[in-house]
Design a protein around this ligand. Structure first.
Ligand code: ATP
Ligand code: TYD
Length: 237
């Protein structure tokens, strides 16, 4: 597999073309950003940890019947993936209230959400990723009704799989964000599932083991990601 030109450099990953039209290389960088890129830092080892963590989670999801873009790990920081036509929408499921839902709705931080709740956000940094609904997505042509239904169903299916996986390793899956794309007429999970895009709390102490450590300046960010990986049995070396 030959790596070709860089097609896009996002805030945390770079995307490269390959010699096969339907495949891309994703490089997970050490760059860490929060608040729409206002806070930026390089965190040693984060790219490697996230790349390997993501490959592990994507494999678990595939095994449970969720199609993902992941093909294979290529190196410490790079993975080969299916090239998706990305839908510019972020799908968020919340099992526990924290973060923006608490700021928006004034609900109690840390309350259990039964049933878990679901939100769509538009991927647009300039507009600070505004929340949108099913109607906006269809009216403005970001995705069809069938695609909206598929994204919702798959995001909840992922919740059923991962909530248990993390619980078995002593962690609460608080919330997470997924991105999907089109591939050969199917809706496929793309982007990443790592502690950069979800919240994980220790089951007993409720200590934060995710990017909130960076957002809130708590320190020990990559150490927490490594702890999560270790508890799940993700091979990092
Ligand atoms: P954000 O941090 O808000 O997700 P970004 O663009 O800064 O945005 P990065 O993760 O740094 O995010 O960049 C990766 C880019 O690659 C994203 O735009 C993502 O939608 C895109 N992407 C992820 N997986 C695929 C894929 N399989 N095919 C095509 N594009 C992909
Ligand atoms: P949310 O509470 O809406 O935002 P904030 O981080 O500003 O408090 O985020 C819910 C979850 O989804 C959280 O785990 C972070 C993740 N997420 C992203 O990774 N990127 C995004 O653009 C959004 C909207 C959420």
């Amino acid at each position: 597999m030959e790596k070709k030109a860089e097609l896009y450099a996002g805030k945390a990953k770079s995307v490269y073309a390959t010699d096969e039209d339907d495949k891309l290389i994703l490089r997970f960088r050490n760059d860490t950003s929060a608040f729409d890129g206002e806070k930026m830092e390089q965190l040693e080892r984060k790219g490697m940890v996230n790349n390997k963590f993501n490959a592990f989670i994507m494999r678990k999801l595939e095994e449970a019947g969720v199609e993902t873009h992941q093909i294979e790990l290529l190196s410490d920081e790079e993975s080969l993936v299916k090239k998706l036509d990305m839908i510019p929408i972020e799908c968020v499921v919340r099992n526990i209230a924290t973060g923006s839902i608490v700021r928006r709705l004034g609900v109690e931080d840390g309350m259990d959400l039964d049933p878990p709740t679901f939100e769509f956000f538009l991927k647009n940094d300039e507009l600070h990723d505004p929340m949108v609904n099913d109607y906006h997505i269809r009216t403005f042509g970001w995705a069809s009704e069938e695609e909206v239904a598929a994204m919702k169903e798959l995001t909840f299916k992922v919740n059923g799989i991962l909530k248990q996986l993390f619980l078995d390793a002593g962690m609460l899956l608080v919330d997470y964000k997924l991105e999907f794309g089109r591939y050969q007429g199917r809706i496929v999970l793309g982007d990443e599932f790592t502690p950069d895009g979800c919240r994980l709390w220790d089951k007993d102490t409720r200590n934060k083991l995710d990017k909130d450590r960076f957002r809130q300046g708590l320190g020990g960010v990559v150490e927490a990601y490594e702890e999560v990986a270790h508890r799940l049995g993700v091979p990092l070396e």
